[in-house]
Each structure stands twice: as structure tokens, then as C-alpha cells.
Design a protein around this ligand. Structure first.
Ligand code: HEM
Length: 409
């Protein structure tokens, strides 16, 4: 357990905090209030430790690109998300998620090739075709429909399954275990069982592709295993990371983004009425900024003393980087709590920053640009089939979103 507080010091607030009722798109008020005045403060977490929380935009970027800040979750003082993840940490194979450079660099190179700007642009027509087909199927049925089940979840799942070479028929299995993987409150037992099932599945797939290679990421990883570059377990961990990170996040952005636009009709009109790819691209960046779906604080630990924003983070102290608040930093954005698709918000922290910045960001952008550039043109009468207060939000998940989005047209 990390840092203890000075005697008499006030106990810091518990993290994660609840969002204010009636403000489903805003990070918790208690956190937002600190952004400009105290971009670094302390919180208390599930294991009783009091790591730093970093809420400011510039401070986050400084720390995320500082080699003294580590993602190594086996180091003492690391502020784990929950008990399940803490228990798993010593058993997880090395990967981009838990290693610093230079080990990180080696894995990262293996993962980035299929997700470069150029290769991902080639997926745009595929994303468009799948979006059109999913919307056709949804509107062929009677309203209301659940937009999450009809579009938000299948689109990124189909795309990442195709890139990786994971059979789409297995998506229910994948979906179930991915849900446990991103559960804020997963127990140690649940996390262990789920991780074991997923690794076993991926190792099986890697072995199969080693014998029958195809043009997909799993075959590429299988080749590296055969050549002795990585172990089957490392390959499974990489495939799994891409699979989980690749659909849950984009799915949440589609569901929550559609809701935010339905609630802001004048902003919805911007994407509905424009065919200009630059307008749609800017709109997507603003939605990424405003919604801040990665709301559980990226976890790090200091390897050395670090002076920042008038404070000193001591070696061995835990650091939580709460990306969603940086995107509402009034020092970086004018009227940060306003959704304004016309503003330029490309420098948001929604994909992180530094060497761990999102591998799949170009793919996510393509998916979101296709969806938000299509959905309101195809269905101009799209509207909520319920009221916002009846919608269930993913307060309990590592990535924020909606469980269901009932819509009619
Ligand atoms: C809107 C969708 C997405 C959002 C908001 C998002 C957000 C993020 C963030 C914030 C990080 C940095 C984590 C950290 O520094 O601790 C990250 C890393 C990562 N993301 Fe994404 N992501 C999205 C989509 C995707 C997709 C589609 C993929 C896969 C194709 C993906 C794969 C990854 C991987 C592998 C990493 C780890 C990179 C590393 O540690 O070097 N993400 N993502």
C-alpha cells in the first residue's frame, strides 16, 4: 500500500466519485472543481491508500510523457483499479499495458502495424458498409430499437474481429469476458476466471493460425511465436488487449455520443447537415473531448521524486490520471462544459498522451466519423424512445457509456 497522510491531515475524498444527478455527460463535480486551482491532489481508493489524482490537462501531459512515471503494476505503491486487477497483476504476462520502455517499445511495435493511419483508412469503406447494413436492419424492424445492440456494439466488434481474425460467431463469449475485464468492481475470483478463459481461447486461436495462417493480426502474432520472438501467452495477451480495447471503447462512444447529440439538437444539425469530412472529423474530436468516456483514472506509480504544479510526488507513490477532467480544463478550453462541435478540440486527452497513447485511435476515429456522418442523415427523425432519466449509465465500468439506448424514428 502506498503513501500515508500526515497526522491530523483531512482524509481525502474517495475515488471513483459519483457523477452528479442530472449531469450524465459531466465528470463528478467534486473533481472538476479542483482542475484549475489544484490540478494535483490526493484521493482515497478501495485498498485504503491515498494516491495522487491528476486532473489538469497540462499536468497530465507532463506526467504521461515522463519516464519517471511507470505503468508497471507489480511495483509497490501502484494504485490498482480494484481487488481483482490487483490480484491478477503478478500473473499477467508482460505487455504494452504493464511495461515501460524499452520492453513496452518492443510490444508496441508489434501491435501498431495494422493500425497505422494508412491501413486504417482502407477500413473506411468496410465501416461504411457495416454501418449501412446495421442501420438497414434496425429500420426494417418496428421502432423502438436499442441502438447499442443494433449498431454501437456490433460495428466495432465486427471490425476488430475482422482485423484480428477472431471469428465473429464467438462474440458472445468475447463480450461476456470483456465485460468482466472492464468491471470497476470485479472480484479477484471473477477477474482470474475470466482472464484464464480468455487467454485459453486466444492461445487456441494462435495455435490454429500457426498451422493455417491468414491475412490477420492473430496470424502475424502466431508467426512471431513460431519464430521464437514471443511466447504463445504473450501473443494471447496482445490479441486480447486489442480485442477488449477495440470494441468496448468505440461502442461506448457511439451510444453516448448519439445520446449527447439527441439532447443537443443544434449540435446534431451540424453533423446531419454537413458532407464535409473536416466538419465531421472536428465533431468527432469534440465528442471525444466532451464525453471523456475513459473515466476511471489511468494508473501509474512514480519511480523517482517528481516536482510538478507546486507539489512533490515521491518515488513509490501512486498516481491516477483522470483523463475526463483534463478535457474540461478551463485553462485549456473556453466554456469547457459546453458541447460545441464547431470548436477545435484536437488536443484533448481522450486517447491519453505519451508512449502509451491509444494504439487504436485512428481506427476509432474512422468508426466514429462514419457513424456520426451517417446516422442522422439516414434517419433524420431519430429520437429517444425514453427520457434521459430512465437511461442506465455505465457508472460501474472502466469505460463510461450507456447500457441501452432506446430510439424511435
Ligand atoms: C473511442 C475509442 C477509444 C478510446 C477513447 C481509447 C482510449 C485509450 C486511452 C486513454 C489509452 C491510454 C491508456 C493509458 O495511457 O493508460 C488507450 C490505450 C490503448 N488503446 Fe485505446 N481507445 C479507444 C479505442 C481503441 C481501439 C479501437 C483499439 C484497438 C484497435 C485500442 C487499443 C488500445 C491499446 C492496445 C492501448 C495500449 C497502448 C499502450 O499502452 O501502449 N483502443 N486507449
Amino acid at each position: 500500500m502506498s503513501e500515508t497522510l500526515a497526522p491530523g491531515a483531512e482524509a481525502p475524498p474517495y475515488f471513483p466519485m459519483e457523477r452528479a444527478e442530472g449531469c450524465p455527460f459531466d465528470p463528478p463535480g467534486e473533481l472538476r472543481a479542483t482542475v484549475a486551482e489544484r490540478p494535483l491532489s490526493r484521493v482515497r481508493i478501495w485498498d485504503g491508500s491515498s494516491p495522487w489524482i491528476v486532473t489538469g490537462h497540462a499536468e497530465q501531459r507532463a506526467l504521461l510523457s515522463d519516464a519517471r512515471v511507470s505503468v508497471d503494476d507489480r511495483l509497490p505503491g501502484f494504485p490498482h483499479w480494484n481487488e481483482g486487477i490487483a490480484t491478477m497483476a503478478p500473473h499477467r504476462p508482460d505487455s504494452v499495458f504493464n511495461r515501460d520502455a524499452p520492453v513496452h517499445t518492443r510490444y508496441r511495435r508489434m501491435m501498431t502495424a495494422p493500425f497505422t493511419f494508412k491501413r486504417v483508412q482502407a477500413m473506411r469503406p468496410v465501416a461504411q458498409r457495416i454501418t449501412d447494413e446495421l442501420l438497414d436492419a434496425m429500420t426494417a424492424g418496428p421502432p423502438p430499437a436499442d441502438l447499442v445492440a443494433a449498431l454501437a456494439l456490433p460495428l466495432p466488434t465486427l471490425i476488430i474481429s475482422e482485423i484480428l481474425g477472431v471469428p465473429y460467431e464467438d462474440h458472445e463469449f468475447v463480450q461476456h469476458h470483456a465485460t468482466v475485464a472492464v468491471d470497476r468492481y470485479a472480484t479477484a475470483e471473477q477477474a482470474m476466471q475470466s482472464f484464464a478463459a480468455q487467454v485459453q481461447y486466444l492461445v487456441g486461436l494462435v495455435e490454429q493460425r500457426a498451422g493455417e495462417p491468414k491475412d490477420d493480426v492473430i496470424s502475424d502474432l502466431a508467426k512471431r511465436v513460431t519464430e521464437g520472438e514471443i511466447t504463445a501467452l504473450e501473443a494471447a495477451q496482445m490479441g486480447l488487449g486489442l480485442l477488449v480495447a477495440g470494441h468496448e471503447t468505440s461502442a461506448n462512444m457511439i451510444g453516448l455520443g448519439t445520446l449527447a447529440l439527441l439532447e443537443n439538437p443544434e449540435q446534431l444539425a451540424v453533423v446531419r447537415d454537413s458532407d464535409d469530412p473536416a466538419v465531421i472529423a472536428d465533431a468527432v474530436e469534440e465528442l471525444l473531448r466532451y464525453l471523456g468516456i475513459i473515466h476511471n483514472g489511468q494508473r501509474r506509480v512514480a519511480k523517482d521524486d517528481i516536482e510538478i504544479a507546486g507539489e512533490v510526488i515521491r518515488a513509490g507513490e501512486g498516481i491516477i490520471i483522470e483523463l475526463s477532467t483534463a478535457n474540461r480544463d478551463p485553462r485549456t478550453y473556453t466554456d469547457p462544459d459546453v458541447l460545441d462541435l464547431g470548436r477545435s478540440s484536437r488536443d484533448h486527452n481522450a486517447f491519453g498522451f505519451g508512449i502509451h497513447q491509444c494504439v487504436g485511435q485512428q481506427l476509432a476515429r474512422v468508426e466514429l466519423q462514419v457513424v456520426f456522418g451517417t446516422i442522422f442523415k439516414r434517419i433524420p427523425t431519430l429520437q429517444l424512445a425514453t427520457t434521459v432519466d430512465k437511461i442506465e449509465f455505465k457508472h460501474d465500468r472502466l469505460a463510461y457509456g450507456v447500457y441501452e439506448l432506446p430510439v424511435k424514428w
